[in-house]
Design a protein around this ligand. Structure first.
Ligand code: NAP
Length: 189
């Protein structure tokens, strides 16, 4: 699993369920990194997208507590555990704040676009620079678009592996029941 986000200088990611910045090179990179993949998002992020529908040419998984929620071009999951099993280990976590916080412990990489500006925000990505569990693996040169300076920074965990058991507490469900195969039958006994 990996996460991808665009953050302000103080790790702000959104305000009033909208993005803080529009940088076309960042959108292009987001598209390149997620195209053909499974993307996992929260219900609010889905509803912030044009038409409130899933992204084209990607498998869209949306986390909501509501069992009645439906959306075009999206599969709905109701718990973080169901999200992990449905999305699979190659999925891209694409926000927003609550979903980043839930699945960050499972991510093997985080693609951050750092924008060197501050905007009023009500949603934030965890500050990876202040978190000893994460380290910078690579950073691009600083680019500029419409007066905004930005940089692509890739983070990887300091520990070799994250564990499913690190998933933050969910809303009280247990792991799905998987019946054991009948080995007697398989061995022909
Ligand atoms: N800068 C970026 O890269 C970027 C990317 C994506 C989003 N954003 C921004 O992030 C902001 C939205 O973030 P957000 O945290 O408010 O919303 P969000 O994470 O997109 O969605 C929150 C919703 O997800 C569902 N959810 C979360 N945890 C759950 C759980 N444990 N079990 C079941 N459902 C759960 C709930 O849906 P229900 O209420 O339906 O139960 C919850 O209200 C927006 O401003 C958006 O523009 C920024």
């Amino acid at each position: 699993m990996f996460a991808i986000a665009a953050v302000s200088e103080n790790w702000g990611i959104g305000k009033d369920n909208q993005l803080l910045f529009h940088i076309s090179a960042d959108m292009k990179r987001f598209r390149q990194l997620t195209l053909g993949k499974t993307v996992l998002m929260g219900r609010k992020t889905l509803q912030s997208m044009p038409g409130g529908k899933g992204l084209p040419d990607r498998r869209n998984i949306v986390l909501t507590g509501s069992t009645a929620f439906t959306a075009p071009d999206a599969e709905i999951v109701n718990t973080p555990v169901q999200a992990v099993f449905t999305a699979g280990e190659d999925a891209a976590v694409i926000g927003g704040e609550s979903v980043y916080r839930l699945f960050l412990p499972l991510c093997e990489r985080v693609y951050i676009t750092k924008i060197f500006a501050v905007r009023d925000a009500d949603a934030f990505f965890p500050d990876l620079d202040a978190d000893p569990r994460w380290q910078v693996e690579s950073e691009s040169e600083v680019f500029e678009e419409n007066g905004l300076r930005y940089q692509f920074v890739d983070y990887v965990p300091c520990e070799a592996e994250n564990d499913l058991a690190d998933l933050l507490p969910d809303r009280g469900e247990s792991l799905p029941f998987v019946p054991m195969p009948d080995f007697t039958e398989m061995s022909g006994i």
